[in-house]
Unconditional design. Structure first.
Length: 271
């Protein structure tokens, strides 16, 4: 089963710095939740050949916003936009082929569209291409290509891709085994708040893999991950506490609390 991330369908208008008067009117209607008016305005612009409006109409058909949900209409519009080279449409079209929304499920065609978008730098497509190379049915498994595309997405800051390339470095899947690189990518993802990465940082600190063995740091990261909702972390934290002094436990807990507080502040400030 492919990642949930393929379901991400974006209103392209939000990524553009300026808009024509008509697009601004449509966006304002959408923002105030007058989605029927927004749909009518976008549809008028779409009929005039406006690519942004066409993308947004496809999005609204897909999600049933301002109009009855219609996957087939959405697919038809995205297909035209994808063939014209719109990267966001290529990624979304691939997602629809995977899900069988508006079209018969076809992993080969999904793969083809993800590859087109990935080669143009789309991070979602890069992640999903890595996923398909690694484990999607109907696609020849290729760990080297999976690692290549996961790393591409990881280098663009994608926290989930960072976790996946870290695992591949840890186990030597598609790359030369390198615990230092595994730790680097897990840490990079953990610093973005990824609970699974935080757990693995705890494991690597405890084992001394790719980093100096440090039971206090291990406890800290297990604690952070646990509070972030990763169920296995609490058990691991409790196990290593049996090998720690009261002073070490208190220090680790304080370090975890400080990290969480700093992360929350930065998250709220948008840094």
């Amino acid at each position: 089963m492919i990642s949930k991330r393929i379901l991400l369908l974006l209103l392209v208008i939000y990524s553009l710095p300026t808009f024509s008067g008509e697009l601004s009117d449509a966006k304002e209607a959408y923002d105030r939740n007058d989605v029927v008016t927004a749909f009518v305005l976008y549809e008028k612009l779409a009929e005039q050949g406006n690519v942004v409006a066409q993308n947004n109409i496809a999005y609204m058909h897909y999600n049933g916003i301002g109009t009855p949900q219609d996957y087939q209409k959405s697919f038809s519009i995205y297909e035209v936009l994808a063939e014209e080279g719109l990267v966001a449409a290529q990624t979304t079209l691939a997602a629809m082929y995977v899900q069988g929304h508006g079209v018969s499920q076809d992993y080969a065609k999904a793969f083809s569209w993800y590859k087109k978008a990935a080669e143009q730098g789309d991070v979602e497509a890069q992640f999903n291409l890595g996923f398909m190379y690694k484990k999607e049915r109907g696609i020849p498994q290729d760990y080297q290509q999976a690692a290549y595309w996961y790393k591409k997405a990881a280098e663009q800051g994608d926290a989930d891709a960072q976790v996946n390339i870290a695992f591949m470095y840890l186990t030597g899947q598609g790359v030369t085994q390198n615990h230092g690189q595994a730790f680097y990518w897990y840490k990079t993802s953990a610093e973005q708040g990824n609970a699974k990465a935080q757990y693995n940082i705890g494991v690597m600190h405890f084992k001394g893999e790719g980093v100096v063995k440090d039971v206090i740091e291990s406890h800290k990261w297990f604690n952070i991950s646990s509070k972030n909702g990763f169920s296995r972390s609490a058990n691991q934290r409790d196990k290593i506490e049996k090998k720690m002094t009261v002073t070490e436990i208190e220090l680790a807990q304080n370090m975890a609390d400080e990290w969480i507080e700093d992360f929350s502040k930065n998250d709220l400030s948008g840094e």
